[in-house]
Design a protein around this ligand. Sequence first.
Ligand code: FES
Length: 196
Amino acid sequence: MITEITVEQILAGYNDQAALSDAYTIPAPWYVDPRIAELERHTVFSKTWQVIGRVDQVEKPGQFVTATVAGEPMVAVRGNDDILRAFYNVCRHHAAAVVTEPCGQASILHCPYHGWNYGLDGSLKGMPEFDGVKNFERKDNGLVPVKVDTWETLVFVNLDPHAGSLQDFLGGLVTGKSLSITTSTAAITCRICTKA
Ligand code: FES
C-alpha cells in the first residue's frame, strides 16, 4: 500500500534556515503538488499585494481591468471622481462575473446575466424586475471592495482587508527605480487595450 506524503512532510523537505552555502533548490512537489498551490493561495496570494494590470489601462473614468487573484475574480475601475477602486468581480445577485472583458471602458458596470447595473463606484444602481422584493437594501448590495493601489506603471490589489500599505509591502523598491518593470508588465499585457 502506497501512503501519500503529507503536506507537512513536503514542507519539511526543505530547510529555509540553511546558510547560503548549504542552500539547495526547493523540492519538486513545491512546484507541482496542488495542495502546495492551495496553501500558497491562502497564505500568500490572498494576503499580499498582487499586480492586476497597468496604470495606463485605468487612466480615464470608466476604464477598467480585470484579473484573477488567488482564484478570485477582480475588477479595478476608475470612477468619474477620478478615484481608482477595485472590487470582487462578482454580481451580488447570482454571483456571475459582472465585467467579462479583460479591459476596456464603460459608463456603468452591467452584469450580463440578469442585467443588474453597478456604478463605477461599485454601488448598485438598478435591478430589472426586482420591484416588490422585501428585505432588500440596495445600498447594502454593491460590489464588494478590495484594497487597490498603484506603484510606477502597475495596479495592485490586496484581498486582505487588514493588509498594510502597498508602500510598506514594496519596502525599498519604492525609493528606487526598477528597470525590470518593463519585463514584468509583459506578462499582463492586455491584447485589447495595448496601444500600438
Ligand atoms: S447574476 Fe448578475 S444580474 Fe443576476
